[in-house]
Design a protein around this ligand. Structure first.
Ligand SMILES: Cc1cc2nc3c(=O)[nH]c(=O)nc-3n(C[C@H](O)[C@H](O)[C@H](O)COP(=O)(O)OP(=O)(O)OC[C@H]3O[C@@H](n4cnc5c(N)ncnc54)[C@H](O)[C@@H]3O)c2cc1C
Length: 219
């Protein structure tokens, strides 16, 4: 979806600036008057690039869309045979630190409190993995559960299926296949995720955060 969208918007004259880190969006606070409700208006975007900080002033005709608080920021990666190592350090994060600076501007707390969500990774962590399979036994189990042929190119699970009794609290979903242009015929990608990454599994007796891709697949 992303590549055609980039092509489309670039051909319509949109300029995409890469390598820019938004460190803050500055707001003006307009108090309520007898006739108008209070307003918060974005005044400027503060960006860093190549070690330089710039301020992009905004007009009242500009629209600003902010992706704050991403659930994959500072993620670590594993692979088939390696574990995605948990990093116990709380490191600076682009979107979260930006949100903190934005939130600090609203004395009434109306921009939310990002620290509720990002200050204790033990409370908010999760893990995901992508399984690539052409195993007929797994494909027919998928078909039995969701009553759609996973190789039909149409909707498969239609949503996320949760294995409610799983100690890891695993869920899985299969989107329309193929997901990638280079995906071989007959292969299905299953996206799985778990919310209890610190608990031993039902089959692999280790916590998911200590598992390689192979072990996650086995679970
Ligand atoms: C493992 C995984 C698999 C998924 N699979 C699917 C799927 O198969 N199908 C599906 O429909 N959805 C899937 N999703 C969900 C989908 O990816 C997200 O819903 C979607 O990407 C959210 O888009 P977004 O633009 O809101 O945020 P994001 O894609 O998170 O984009 C936010 C962007 O902002 C950038 N950014 C953050 N802070 C700053 C800053 N301060 N300055 C500059 N840039 C900044 C980030 O680097 C990032 O590029 C999946 C998600 C995950 C994590």
């Amino acid at each position: 979806m992303i590549l055609p969208m980039i092509k489309y918007i670039e051909s319509a004259g949109v300029s995409i600036e890469y390598g820019q880190k938004v460190v803050n969006v500055e707001f003006d606070f307009v108090p309520a008057s007898a006739t108008k409700a209070a307003k918060k208006v974005a005044r400027a975007i503060v960006v860093q690039h190549d070690g330089i900080e710039d301020r992009i002033p905004l007009t009242k005709n500009d629209q600003v869309y902010i992706t704050n608080g991403g659930c994959v920021e500072n993620a670590t990666w594993g692979s088939q045979n390696t574990v995605a190592k948990v990093d116990p350090q709380i490191r600076p994060g682009g979107g979260w630190d930006m949100w903190r600076r934005i939130a600090a501007q609203a004395p009434d707390g109306s921009f939310g409190n990002p620290d509720v969500l990002c200050s204790d990774p033990e409370q908010s962590n999760w893990m995901s993995a992508t399984v690539d399979t052409a195993d007929p036994e797994i494909l027919s189990a998928i078909q039995r559960i969701c009553r759609h042929d996973p190789l039909s190119g149409r909707v498969v699970t239609g949503g996320i299926v949760t294995a409610r009794d799983s100690r890891w609290l695993l869920s899985w979903t299969v989107n329309r296949q193929p997901q990638f242009k280079t995906q071989p015929d007959g292969h299905v990608l299953v996206w799985v995720y778990a919310l209890f990454t610190d608990k031993g599994g039902d089959f692999i007796k280790k916590p998911m955060r200590e598992c390689t891709g192979v072990e996650i697949c086995e679970e």
